[in-house]
Design a binder for this molecule. Structure first.
Ligand SMILES: Nc1nc2c(c(=O)[nH]1)N[C@H]1C(S)=C(S)[C@@H](COP(=O)(O)OP(=O)(O)OC[C@H]3O[C@@H](n4cnc5c(=O)[nH]c(N)nc54)[C@H](O)[C@@H]3O)O[C@H]1N2
Ligand SMILES: Nc1nc2c(c(=O)[nH]1)N[C@H]1C(S)=C(S)[C@@H](COP(=O)(O)OP(=O)(O)OC[C@H]3O[C@@H](n4cnc5c(=O)[nH]c(N)nc54)[C@H](O)[C@@H]3O)O[C@H]1N2
Ligand code: SF4
Ligand SMILES: [Mo]
Length: 742
């Protein structure tokens, strides 16, 4: 009889960090359950957790490097693949300069895989400005807003989080955590936590153009016109000023620019914005008064306030409300997590970098060293100095996730050299010259580094690998190091040796800030961590240097990675703690309430409000059982009724001659799709919704399950010329479309 065992591991498939208990029989995962003893998730999981099993056993998943040849895909050795990459990248860089090679990291690379720690190594090795990552798809407005208001070099990891477990009033705008399970807000069991706010006697209000699954659990929901959030939130702030409801709380004495905010919001009274938003003025006033009167309150905005025409202004509005109702840094308000392995222990905290350079073609600003993904296609397609001629894709299916995918497809097909670190031959990787597969979550250890910076409770947990990977398998960080090392002049060095060089620099940077003890040297860090390697060594260092850490022996009862590993269900480090003064790192030492970027962008908002069109607007929708594009090859994720439908309100359907179950032709400035119609009162009139990540069943992929549940690709419709101009973020929600029966 094969041995039965239970392996505990965090679920890697979103930011919620749920603990899993995998039932394993020999080499087979027989069941995926929630770990009831997990200190944070307490047994909760969502259907995506089963993807650990489905992916591990997926016969379409690649396990060895593949090379595209005239006769199809051929397996090649890792050595041959790395030799070809070193040579081709070297040649392209010497002929065309460093910016000729671009790097784009996808969602799994930064969420599931510890290799994200090595993205800066690769970017530095290539010395390219053309670096894209998921934050440059979905987070830039929040990142830039947080950076400009609070400072710090990696603001995406210092976002103020709604303290949902203690709040009396939660305003959710443009997020659907009941399906997404939260983003920039780490909270296992989002549905339970939302219900608990109401059970405690609190209130949850949802503002969304769709009556979402979250809206259905909430106390109250209001439809809003897509991209009207900035105007709506500024009108709430205007009410606070007009009715003398401003309280600064923990931010008192720590703000600049309050008068500017007062002046700007004068032009955004509820009466002035009501028509544009689709929310009556008395409702806007009431919500502002309620939020001000609540014992504690927090406003939480996510994708709906980011991937839209006024993402930076909307993100600004979210935190203005949190600050000006006195809820910043207050239990039950908007607080900052205190992670066990803080990014700030990596070294000095340079100022937030924004607009140090701009993209070559459409001059979009850099933020924290990355460029908006909206610029990728034009940077590849537009000839001239600095044109991208080679790309390294790190777990991203950009031809399904990127804006205006037909244009991106043209771009990918034209590259001189395309390398994909990926384990599928999908819509994007089929264009690659080389595909380098790395082990799935079931064969990989992990630490939820990013999510714990954004967590509603301070916790820590190590995820060991349930299975050992094959002897010749390489983890993504090793693949990244093998690509980077020759470009840094480290030819022929072993991965371990190259990693030692990198780590000695990391340790020197960390030691330079003396956050534990002045006598802690880089040598001591390197010596004490000499037996480990890779991401694990960096996590160990950060934990030991972090606020709960052992300080490399100086605080003997403190945490080390070994202690974290020993607690297989995680360690609870308690509720969020006030820490505004520690987090705040602007040049002035104050919260900048009115950064110039936002003040300038107000003119554009006013112009848009003046020419408000009645276009039909397309927004997105996430599906419960799959993450973005890559789970559609798992039978559990796609079984049942068609999920990729065009949702439309009964009024619009009648007006346009569409019937439920029929087909609609949807056309935008850049493309067209034909999608099945789902008529539902859950959509605001004037708004339609399609999920993203679909549109499979094309020639040349190896996705046998996805291809029979193909759906349509909504990013055929999204427009790469539509930006949130303050951040360069592509508009994914709010694309004008025309629709008719097909
Ligand atoms: N219209 C519209 N477009 C959107 C969105 C939207 O809401 N609407 N959402 C956007 C958002 S928020 C994001 S983050 C992006 C996400 O877009 P992407 O970052 O492109 O994510 P996926 O589409 O899931 O593609 C993940 C890729 O990683 C590979 N992969 C997955 N797991 C592993 C693994 O363990 N190992 C290896 N080697 N490879 C793996 C998969 O094969 C796939 O190619 O999409 C964006 N696009
Ligand atoms: N099941 C599942 N979970 C996921 C993912 C997935 O694909 N599937 N993807 C993961 C990723 S990569 C991310 S980034 C997170 C995203 O997490 P969320 O942001 O919570 O996810 P969305 O469902 O995109 O929620 C955005 C909401 O904004 C609404 N919206 C659209 N336009 C507007 C607008 O102009 N204003 C307002 N107020 N609302 C608007 C949409 O109707 C939607 O309800 O989810 C993660 N979790
Ligand atoms: S909510 Fe996120 S972390 Fe939890 S089981 Fe689902 S996908 Fe995994
Ligand atoms: Mo995302």
């Amino acid at each position: 009889m094969p041995a039965l065992r239970t392996a505990y591991r965090g679920c890697p498939f979103c930011e919620a960090t749920c603990g899993l208990a995998l039932e394993i029989e020999d080499k087979t995962i027989v069941a995926v359950r929630g770990d009831r003893d997990d200190v944070f998730s307490r047994g909760f999981i969502c259907p995506k957790a089963h993807a650990v099993k489905e992916m591990y056993h997926d016969p379409d998943r690649l396990t060895e490097p593949m090379r595209r040849t005239a006769n199809g895909w051929q397996a090649i050795s890792w050595d041959a693949a790395f030799a070809e990459i070193a040579e081709r990248l070297g040649a392209i860089r010497s002929a065309h300069g460093n910016d000729a090679v671009g790097v784009s990291a996808g969602n799994p690379f930064v969420v599931h895989d510890p290799a994200f720690l090595y993205l800066p190594v690769l970017a530095q090795a290539l010395a390219t400005r053309n670096v894209f990552n998921p934050a440059s798809v979905d987070t830039l407005p929040k990142d830039i807003q947080t950076g400009l208001m609070f400072g710090g070099w990696l603001p995406v990891l210092s976002v103020a989080i709604a303290d949902i477990d203690r709040t009396d009033y939660l305003l959710v705008i443009g997020a659907n955590p009941v399906i997404s399970h939260g983003s920039l807000m780490t909270m296992p069991n989002a549905p339970g936590r939302i219900r608990n706010v109401i059970k405690r006697g609190g209130k949850v209000v949802v503002i969304d153009p769709r009556r979402t699954e979250t809206a259905k659990l909430a106390s109250e929901h209001h439809f809003i016109r897509p991209a009207a959030d900035a105007a709506f939130l500024l009108a709430m702030v205007q009410t606070l000023f007009e009715e003398n409801l401003i309280v600064l709380g923990a931010a008192a004495g720590l703000t600049n620019g309050l008068d500017t905010v007062a002046e700007i919001t004068r032009d955004f009274s509820p009466e002035m914005v009501a028509d544009y938003c689709g929310i009556p003025a008395p409702t806007i006033r009431r919500l502002a008064r309620e939020m001000a009167a609540a014992k504690s309150a927090a406003c939480y905005g996510r994708l709906g306030t980011c991937v839209q025409e006024f993402g930076t202004l909307a993100s600004w509005g979210v935190d203005l409300l949190n600050i000006l109702t006195g809820n910043l840094d207050k239990p039950g308000g908007a607080m900052f997590a205190t992670p066990a392995a803080p990014y700030r222990a990596l070294g000095p905290n340079p100022p937030f970098s924004f607009g140090r350079w701009t993209s070559r073609v459409s001059t979009q600003p850099e933020a924290s060293g990355m460029l908006p993904v909206s610029t990728m296609a034009e940077e590849i397609l537009t000839p001239g100095d600095g044109q991208i001629r080679a790309m390294i894709l790190l777990m991203t299916n950009v031809l399904r996730s990127g804006v205006n995918s037909n244009r991106l497809e043209q771009a990918m097909a034209q590259l001189d050299f395309l390398v994909a670190v990926d384990c599928y031959i999908n819509e994007t990787t089929r264009h690659a010259h080389l595909i380098l597969p790395t082990p799935p979550a079931a064969e990989q250890a992990h630490y939820d580094f990013g999510p714990y910076h954004l967590s509603v409770r301070n916790v820590t947990r190590w995820s060991p690998a349930p299975f050992a990977p094959a002897a010749d398998a390489l983890s993504a960080w090793q693949v990244v190091m093998q690509i980077a090392a020759p470009q840094m002049g480290m030819h022929g060095m072993s991965i371990e040796a190259a990693d030692n060089v990198v780590f000695s620099q990391v340790a020197a940077s960390a030691a330079s800030i003396n956050n534990v003890a002045p006598d802690l040297s880089a040598e001591e860090i390197v010596t004490k961590l000499a037996t480990s390697v890779g991401p694990e060594r960096i996590f160990d260092m950060l934990i030991r240097l972090g606020p709960y850490g052992d300080g490399f022996g100086r605080r003997p009862t403190g945490l080390t990675l070994d202690k974290v590993k020993a607690a297989e269900h995680g360690i609870d480090l308690g509720p969020l703690q006030p820490r505004l003064r520690e987090v705040l790192s602007t040049a002035s030492g104050k919260i900048e309430l009115a950064p110039a970027t936002m003040v300038r962008d107000i003119t554009r908002l006013k112009q848009r409000m003046a020419i408000n069109t009645n276009d039909l607007l397309l927004i997105g929708r996430r599906i419960l059982r799959a993450s973005n594009s890559f789970m559609h090859n798992f039978p559990l994720a796609v079984k049942g009724p068609e999920q990729c439908t065009l949702q439309i309100s009964p009024a619009d359907a009648a007006r346009l001659g569409l019937v439920d179950g029929g087909a609609a032709r949807v056309t935008s400035r850049v493309g067209e799709v034909v999608a099945p119609v789902e008529v539902t009162p859950d959509l605001m009139p004037g708004v339609v919704s399609l999920p993203h990540g679909f549109g499979h069943a094309i020639e040349g992929t190896r996705l046998r399950v996805a291809n029979v549940h193909a759906g349509v690709n909504t990013n055929t419709l999204t427009d790469d010329k539509a930006y949130d101009e303050a951040s360069g973020t592509a508009v994914l929600f709010g694309t004008p479309v025309s629709i008719g029966p097909a």
